[in-house]
Design a protein around this ligand. Structure first.
Ligand SMILES: Cc1cc2nc3c(=O)[nH]c(=O)nc-3n(C[C@H](O)[C@H](O)[C@H](O)COP(=O)(O)O)c2cc1C
Length: 306
């Protein structure tokens, strides 16, 4: 039987599937539910400096080949987010990855510091949310220098917690941004966040989402994610969490062959239900058994050798 365990920047995972940020919120009980359905690790929804209600409905729209969302980073703020994280650490047995965002580099460092007090195994810096209001509209991950500053500041207080940086496929050069994050001490890269998109209802002649623009996720973006991981694998030494459009074990294997160490699953929860993690893991095992792979290590980055 194939071995799916993996070491992600020194963090041991029983299997490489990780709940992507924003899909199951920040409550300990909902993330426990994900653990019970086979995920190797979970990421909490991104926490910002203060509480935000997010955008008005409709905030999510499934359009056939994918999903568009403009939730607007609704979250309870740093203080309450840290309390949820503490609760998660008590009841979950798998690694919990905290996640944060902010309007300025100084503020993201402050939110990070608050979450880091609870000593999560890893903290993901969401530098790449595409669908916020004007005040949060500029993605740090568009600019290597801003990314580098954010990582440098957070690393000052991160202690043993690993710092992952979540990047955007909308950056003009995602590789340059990843290299800047690595140079500043990032322990891993998460690629990719959603792509900015717009869907118009031609009958009402209006954008469908209340926020007009939304982030694209789901199957339609998988080739974009795989391309990003492939390029990043050749450019950085730190591990990559390949994310974007993973619904099946075969999708996850594609990311591993491009060079991912672990895989994030978000919209897959919508497409296949909460047990998507168990299903993907089983399908990966089947593929590996049928093709003679004993470990993920044997497949990682193999697409580069052809
Ligand atoms: C409804 C929704 C909310 C999201 N919220 C966040 C978030 O709070 N922080 C973040 O880093 N990414 C967020 N994302 C992006 C996902 O974590 C993931 O990077 C993206 O959806 C691509 O993966 P997928 O195709 O498996 O969904 C969100 C995605 C969706 C669909």
């Amino acid at each position: 039987m194939a071995n799916l365990s993996v070491s992600l920047a020194g963090i041991s995972l029983q299997n490489p599937t990780i709940l992507a940020s924003g899909i199951m919120g920040v409550s300990a009980s909902s993330l426990k539910f994900v653990e019970e359905h086979g995920a190797g690790a979970v990421t909490m929804k991104s926490i910002g400096p203060t509480d935000r209600t997010g955008h008005k409905n409709p905030t999510v729209y499934s359009w056939g080949e994918g999903i568009t969302n403009a939730v607007g980073l609704s979250n309870p703020g740093a203080e309450e987010g840290a309390a949820h994280l503490e609760e998660m650490k008590k009841i979950l047995h798998i690694p919990v990855i905290a996640s944060c965002f902010a309007d300025t580099v100084d503020n993201i460092a402050k939110v990070a510091e608050k979450l880091l007090e609870k000593e999560p195994l890893a903290l993901e810096l969401n530098l790449s949310c595409p669908n916020t209001e004007d005040d949060f509209g500029c993605m740090f991950a568009m600019d290597p220098r801003v990314t580098e500053r954010a990582v440098t500041l957070v690393k000052k207080t991160s202690g043993k917690t690993k710092i992952f940086v979540k990047l955007s496929p909308d950056a003009s050069n995602i590789v340059t941004v990843a290299k800047a994050a690595e140079a500043a001490g990032a322990d891993g890269i998460t690629a990719i966040n959603t792509l900015s998109g717009l869907i118009i209802d031609i009958h009402t002649k209006r954008p469908i989402l209340k926020n007009t623009f939304g982030g694209l996720s789901g199957p339609a973006i998988r080739p974009v994610g795989v391309r990003a991981v492939y390029n990043l694998y050749e450019a950085v030494k730190i591990p990559i969490i390949g994310t974007g459009g993973i619904n099946t074990g075969e999708d996850a294997i594609e990311y591993i062959m491009a060079g991912a160490t672990a895989v994030g699953i978000g919209s897959g929860v919508y497409y296949r239900g909460i047990d998507v993690f168990g299903k993907v893991t089983e399908e990966m095992e089947n593929f590996m058994d049928q093709n003679g792979y004993k470990s993920l290590e044997e497949m990682r980055g193999i697409a580069h050798k052809c």
